[in-house]
Write a protein that binds this ligand. Structure first.
Ligand code: FMN
Length: 308
């Protein structure tokens, strides 16, 4: 059997497969289950600056090529989550260690720093900044469509994160992806996470109404994989920091495709919802088999291989 161990942002991971933010909702027991079932690292749901109830149901729908969701970033608010941090202590008992990525978000650019400072005090292994969420001060435009704002948020989070690596998470819904990524890199980001969901909508033709209560949502799963591959490929050519790639990875073949585009580690979101928490073991085995069958040698040889 091949070795899938990999170093990412000063963290040693048992394999490159990361539980993506939000897909086990706010359930810490489910997150721990992923860690026990061979996840290489686990990400919390985005911890917001304030209490948010989230949108009413239906918030998520399945369709032929993936999912669409508008959960609405429900959160108790960063300073009201003591029970969750206590539950997360369970992670420390798992051997070998499964690093914890805390995902943070805010509705105003000036609030990211406050959330980051509080969360850094809990000492996660990495901090992911969800800058693909809407900016209420700018009529809901996503922060990560604006290079200046993205750079400011990364700088402010870095100023309070100490030694904890900081990873901004980008949206594919911009023609300025590279400018945003370069601005984040210059502001001190330790890696880039790409991609978040793609804006979309589904309509129920019997009810003559959008399927989701919020009408518009984020598309994830198989349908966005080519979008993720393109974004990661372009990022790899333009930045030097490593990439946590995600978007539509369902099996070992998909994972290798994102790595060949330039990802060092791979997030699994929709795959966990559709295939359960055993998916980490399954994809690790498939990746190992493909490495052997195709004579790739080692996992490291795959990163950016499509650029040679
Ligand atoms: C139900 C659901 C909830 C999500 N919640 C979050 C979240 O809280 N924060 C975040 O950064 N991304 C969130 N995402 C986006 C995923 O982390 C991931 O970037 C996206 O789904 C693409 O990967 P996938 O195709 O493997 O699902 C969510 C996705 C889904 C499907």
């Amino acid at each position: 059997m091949n070795n899938l161990e990999i170093n990412f942002c000063k963290n040693k991971m048992n394999n490159p497969f990361v539980l993506a933010s939000g897909v086990v909702w706010n359930s810490i027991p489910k997150l721990i289950e992923c860690a026990k079932n061979n996840a290489g690292a686990v990400t919390t749901k985005t911890i917001m600056n304030e209490f948010r109830p989230g949108h009413p149901n239906p918030t998520i729908a399945r369709w032929e090529a993936g999912l669409i969701n508008a959960v609405g970033l429900p959160s108790k608010g960063f300073n009201n989550m003591e029970d969750e941090w206590t539950e997360l202590n369970e992670l420390k008992k798992i051997k070998p260690k499964v690093p914890l990525i805390a995902s943070i978000g805010a509705t105003k650019a000036s609030d990211f720093k406050t959330v980051a400072e509080f969360v850094a005090g809990k000492n996660p292994d990495m901090i992911e900044i969800n800058i693909s969420c809407p900016n209420v001060s700018s009529s809901g435009k996503l922060f990560a469509t604006n290079p200046g704002l993205s750079s400011l948020i990364v700088e402010e989070v870095k100023s309070v994160a100490g030694k904890i690596p900081v990873i901004p998470k980008l949206t594919p819904a911009t023609s300025d992806l590279i400018e945003v990524a370069k601005a984040c890199e210059e502001a001190g980001a330790d890696a880039i996470c790409a991609i978040n969901t793609m804006p979309g909508m589904l309509i129920d033709i019997v009810k003559k109404k959008p399927v989701l209560s919020f009408k518009r949502g984020g598309v994830s799963g198989t349908s966005i994989r080519p979008v993720a591959v393109r974004c990661i490929y372009d990022l790899y050519e333009n930045i030097k920091i490593p990439i946590l790639g995600m978007g539509g990875v369902m099996n070992g073949k998909d994972a290798i495709e994102l790595m060949m585009a330039g990802a060092t580690t791979i997030g699994l979101g929709t795959a966990v919802i559709q295939q359960g928490t055993n998916v980490f073991k399954k994809i690790s085995e498939e990746t190992n088999e493909l490495i052997e069958k195709n004579g790739y040698g080692s996992l490291k040889n795959l990163i950016g291989a499509a650029h040679e």
